[in-house]
Design a protein around this ligand. Structure first.
Ligand code: CP3
Length: 353
């Protein structure tokens, strides 16, 4: 460890993503720029979600909110995993409290064949403009994080049409019409690679692939229907910028996820961080893994649980502190501030002794 405060937020997060030494552990929160912040709710009272996400000045303003309020080391672009669907010619809306809704879900080979693959500057120019704006405004305060939904998670929404507990139509298509499934995954992979490469070109310092619903499938199903696509995305991005692979509820898949090719694996709270790290492999960085509901508990519980995560990471290079999934909207921002301060003032016992 170098002296605390010796690194900027940007340098700290990027060093951890490369498993290089840091002054203190970097920290950011998934969904940090959202409904838990009063300044976000005030802005949202004036503009709907997609207007904010598609107006570069507004998206940049929201992205900066948690950097300014908490001093987090990562600024995740305010956007949504559904935005690339615009360029693919798939109309969707985001309903408050529900999430994404696709008007005409994908069902057939013809539906898949009709999906367009456009140059990213044409498909989602506002995302690239927001990143360019942010790279300038952020300076060294925080690393700028781009992101995309992973093909499996996007397919869940495209086939099901909306959020679901089991995604039965999606799994039925995957297992029952594998040819259609593989064509859909190949198209989504191509779109995702272009989208993330475009984000890196526009100034994203690192990118995260969100595979939020991966917990629905077994290891053999993952290996056959999903893993090759994930792997080809990380292969296409190798050397361009550090990559983070996020999923949740995937303790059955950790070894395979470790082999999928990202630099960092984001794990949830269901497996203790040290055990998860051992299973994904010591040559990977790890992100996580505080349970987001802990932030609803009293501050002594927050301190105990956040310290437990840090103790398990044990100051080894390559840990990025985060939650195991997004901040819950009812979270008190003071709890988020407490965690940032605790992580930034943590010294592993070996250093104190
Ligand atoms: O701060 C950040 O993390 C950046 C912004 C971000 C949003 N969506 C903004 C958003 C990110 C990284 C996402 C990713 C996303 N979107 C995922 C992957 C992450 C995860 O949580 O697993 C998924 C599955 C989606 C799809 C989606 N979009 C859902 C489930 C919802 C929430 C529906 C609801 O109202 O609870 C959305 C809408 C959405 N995306 C909101 C935000 C802040 C809420 C919209 C609002 O302001 O009303």
């Amino acid at each position: 460890m170098t002296q605390r405060g010796a690194m900027t937020g940007r340098a700290r997060l990027l060093a951890a993503a490369r498993r290089e030494p840091v002054d203190v552990t970097p920290v950011w929160f998934m969904r940090q720029a959202g409904r838990s912040l009063p300044e976000y709710r005030a802005l949202r009272a004036q503009h709907d979600f997609l207007t904010v996400a598609k107006t570069p000045e507004l998206a940049a303003e929201v992205t900066l909110m948690p950097v300014e309020r908490f001093g987090v080391d990562g600024a995740v672009l305010f956007a949504d995993i559904m935005l690339p669907l615009d360029g693919m010619g798939v109309p969707f809306r985001i309903d408050p409290g529900v999430g994404p809704v696709i008007e005409r879900p994908i069902q057939t080979a013809a539906d898949v064949a009709a999906l367009r693959i456009l140059p990213v500057e044409e498909a989602t120019p506002y995302v690239l403009d927001a990143l360019r704006l942010l790279r300038g405004e952020l300076g060294e305060r925080a690393a700028l994080l781009g992101f995309a939904g992973a093909p499996f998670t996007l397919a869940c929404y495209l086939v099901e049409g909306r959020s679901s507990r089991e995604y039965p139509k999606t799994k039925a298509l995957m297992l029952g019409a594998p040819g259609v499934w593989h064509d859909l995954m190949a198209t989504l992979t191509e779109v995702t690679v272009r989208y993330l490469q475009g984000q890196i070109d526009a100034g994203a310092d690192a990118v995260q692939l969100f595979d939020s619903w991966l917990g629905l499938i077994s290891a053999p199903v993952y290996e056959e229907y999903v893993f090759p696509y994930t792997k080809s995305i990380f292969r296409a991005l190798a050397g361009l910028a550090p990559t983070i692979h996020f999923s949740t509820g995937t303790s059955q898949l950790l070894e395979l996820i470790g082999d999928a090719g990202s630099d960092v694996v984001s794990v949830d709270w269901r497996v203790p961080l040290d055990e998860a790290w051992r299973r994904i492999g010591a040559e990977k960085g790890i992100q996580g893994n505080l349970d987001p509901t802990v932030l609803l508990a009293p501050s002594d519980v927050i301190a105990r649980e956040a310290s437990d995560v840090l103790r398990r990471a044990a100051g080894r290079p390559g840990h990025i502190f985060n939650l195991g999934h997004g901040i819950l909207p009812q979270t008190d921002p003071d709890a988020m501030a407490q965690v940032v301060d605790l992580v930034h003032s943590w010294q592993p016992a070996s250093v104190i002794a």
